[in-house]
Ligand binder design. Structure first.
Ligand SMILES: Nc1ncnc2c1ncn2[C@@H]1O[C@H](COP(=O)(O)OP(=O)(O)OP(=O)(O)O)[C@@H](O)[C@H]1O
Length: 395
């Protein structure tokens, strides 16, 4: 570690520059470990120089007795440096698959906090060593070329753009970047726990050689992503109702078409993972059929959610006193609201009904809201001073 050069503010600005434009609040995931602490320090100085500010988000996993106290002392130390903080407690239950569950819950909590705070960007402290591990780890698991491209500098999420500006920086330079700062990093004991696969890789020694391979795969992935975006614009029209209109002849059947169709199926079918590339190739060759929760209609023109797939997304968001189902036969009465949609999409749209009589109350995609439900919703969201009812508007 001796001799490693700290990351200068000019260098950090050069890493951030191409990832912008930025708004005036940037969130940073700060675990209190050396990498994300260095990131927090660099990002704070960079943001101040632009009249912006940083919000350090500290996820407290609650897996060790001392984690709450550690999170609180980290927050206090950052606050003393003039950095705004927020602690996000997770309270994860112990049990199998802990690291993966923790990773998912952490990501969800960080993104939810970004949305709540109005931060459009979330910075994470992954560095070159993490990237090398990811390439190796995926190679050992037999990942394909997309997986071997490893982590991307930016990942789009609904709540914020996730950025990893330090992906090309070796860890020892991050540690060096903490010199002269009063905050000392924690070392997470699970990072050295040989039960975890990543920790085993970390202990295996220098992995820098695989970075070049990961970079080459990354450049290929970027070229493919650009080609997919062009093809998407030329061959597909995405509809806000959750389906896609496809021009099969322009779509083609090559690698670009396979990647594009895989992404479309994932978006329309609503599953967490897209289908396997071989299955997509098979579907493209057939020209229609079902895959991954999506149905490609016989004429090849529409990719629509399979029956039930569209409603699945609304589970957990059902207003009290209503039940969720597909629009089904009620589609006929609302046809006039969406003449452009194929019948299969219209009938599959999520609809909320009254439980007893099955009366249609709300169809979000068609902006249909039953009069009685609108009165009830107004009551729920009434301002202080009593609910607003129709009587307020009576002459
Ligand atoms: N508990 C946490 N709270 C907030 N952000 C976190 C937390 N754990 C991880 N992150 C974010 O995710 C990044 C990558 O996580 P990873 O587990 O690889 O990091 P780490 O080994 O904990 O590194 P370090 O703690 O030194 O930043 C971190 O650099 C940080 O930005």
């Amino acid at each position: 570690m001796a001799g490693a050069k700290p990351v200068t503010s000019a260098e950090f600005a050069a890493l951030m520059g191409p990832l912008g434009p930025f708004s005036d609040l940037i969130a940073v995931g700060c675990s209190g470990g050396p990498d994300s602490l260095a990131l927090t320090r660099l990002a704070d100085a960079w943001a101040r120089g632009r009249g912006a500010s940083v919000l350090a988000l500290i996820v407290e996993h609650g897996l060790r007795a001392e984690s709450a106290a550690e999170a609180a002392s980290l927050a206090a130390a950052l606050t003393a440096q003039g950095i705004a903080t927020r602690i996000l407690p997770l309270g994860l239950p112990a049990g199998p698959g802990l690291q993966e569950r923790a990773r998912r819950a952490r990501r969800a909590a960080l993104l939810a906090a970004c949305a709540e705070a109005g931060a459009l960007h979330l910075l994470l402290g992954h560095h070159a060593g993490d990237q090398a591990e990811t390439v190796l780890f995926r190679a050992l698991r037999g990942s394909g070329e997309a997986g071997l491209a490893a982590m991307s500098v930016s990942t789009v999420a609904a709540e914020a753009l996730i950025l990893r500006p330090l992906l090309s920086i070796p860890k020892d330079r991050l540690t060096a970047s903490l010199e002269g700062w009063p905050i000392r990093p924690f070392q997470d004991p699970s990072n050295a726990d040989p039960r975890f696969a990543r920790a085993r890789l970390r202990a295996a020694g220098d992995t820098s050689g695989v970075l070049a391979a990961g970079g080459a795969f990354g450049r290929r992935r970027n070229r493919l992503a650009a080609a997919v975006a062009d093809r998407l614009a030329a061959a597909v029209r995405l509809l806000p109702e959750g389906c896609a209109e496809v021009a099969p002849l322009r779509l083609g059947q090559d690698a670009v078409a396979r990647r594009l169709m895989g992404a479309l199926i994932r978006a329309v079918g609503g599953r967490e993972h897209g289908p396997a590339e071989a299955a997509v190739a098979d579907l493209l060759a057939r020209g229609s059929g079902s895959l991954g929760g999506a149905l490609w209609t016989r004429d090849g023109r529409w990719l629509v959610p399979e029956p039930g797939a569209a409603t699945a997304r609304f589970r957990g968001k059902v207003p009290a006193g209503y039940v969720l189902g597909s629009l089904g036969a009620d589609a006929a009465s609302l046809r006039g609201r969406a003449r452009h949609l194929p019948a299969a999409v219209l009938a599959g749209l999520p609809a909320f009904r009254e439980p007893g009589n099955g009366k249609l109350a709300l169809v979000p995609h068609l902006a249909y809201l039953d009069r009685e439900m609108s009165v009830r919703l107004t009551t729920v969201f009434a301002p202080p001073g009593g609910p607003v009812t129709e009587s307020h508007f009576a002459e």
